[in-house]
Design a protein around this ligand. Structure first.
Ligand code: SAM
Length: 247
């Protein structure tokens, strides 16, 4: 298996735990503030990014969808609202994030349509060729082994199905880069620490974005995992990117 630079970026370099355990613990600890910090730190722009990513599935009208690294189910809920599939299953390694997601689903009376289960993207607990579409928002950067995660998603996708990945990327424009680096290096970690009480989480966000194999490189990795008809769309001056691929 190939190791990519971000595979080895961990929340706490001093910890003896592996990346997967550290990431699960970190999201468990910040879950109570996760939705608030997403909206606050992105000034609400993340909602539009998610909508645009889900729109990539409109042309295939998927009935059964897997939302990988579902977290607090924002993408699963928005996908249900936008595409009305028969069933969405969300998997995540953080029970703390899933519990908040389940509460949101129950409040909206959607427990029959959206189900959240504990599950690892690198060892997906479903049979081959199972889902019409797979979504993963801000998840792949957190995987311990990106190649394994992508191959697993390819395996459970049915032929003709489509994967949509939404992930942070780095802006290219020089003037904007200065503001972006200040924001990601100083401002976001400071607010993250203040509100989530976790000193590492938002520093890890910056470190993992910096190391992530983004853009055309990510498309090549998707192709190597088996996906075809791959394409990308950059959003908001390049700070976020949508990647798509078919089976
Ligand atoms: N998709 C959600 C969203 O758009 O808000 C949550 C994104 S959150 C930044 C990343 C999530 O990935 C966390 O909930 C974390 O537990 C999950 N995660 C990380 N590695 C994972 C893995 N190997 N398998 C499943 N989930 C994973």
């Amino acid at each position: 298996m190939t190791k990519f630079a971000h595979d080895t970026v961990v929340p706490d370099k001093e910890s003896n735990l592996n990346k997967k355990q550290q990431v699960a613990e970190m999201f468990d600890s910040i879950a109570f503030r996760y939705d608030f910090l997403n909206r606050f730190l992105s000034v609400g722009i993340d909602v539009g990014w998610r909508k645009k990513a889900i729109s990539q599935l409109k042309n295939i009208q998927p009935k059964k969808i897997l939302d990988v690294a579902t977290g607090t189910a924002d993408v699963a809920l928005m996908t249900y609202k936008m595409l009305h599939p028969e069933k969405i299953i969300g998997i995540d390694i953080s029970e703390g994030m899933l519990e908040l997601g389940r509460q949101k689903i129950e409040r909206l009376n959607l427990s029959n349509n959206i189900e959240l289960v504990k599950g690892d993207s690198e060892n997906i607990n479903f049979e081959d060729n199972n889902f019409d579409a797979i979504t993963v928002a801000f998840g792949v950067r957190n995987f311990e082994n990106l190649e394994k995660g992508l191959k697993e998603m390819f395996r459970v996708l049915r032929p003709g199905g489509k994967l949509v990945v939404l992930e942070f990327s780095k802006p290219k424009q020089t003037a904007f880069k200065i503001f972006y680096n200040l924001y990601m290096n100083q401002i976001a970690p400071a607010f993250g620490k203040l509100f989530s009480k976790n000193k590492n989480a938002y520093q890890y966000l910056n470190d993992s974005v910096q190391a992530f194999a983004e853009g055309e490189t990510f498309l090549t990795i998707m192709n190597e995992a088996g996906f075809t008809q791959t394409y990308l769309k950059t959003l908001s001056l390049g700070i976020c990117t949508i990647y798509c691929g078919s089976k």
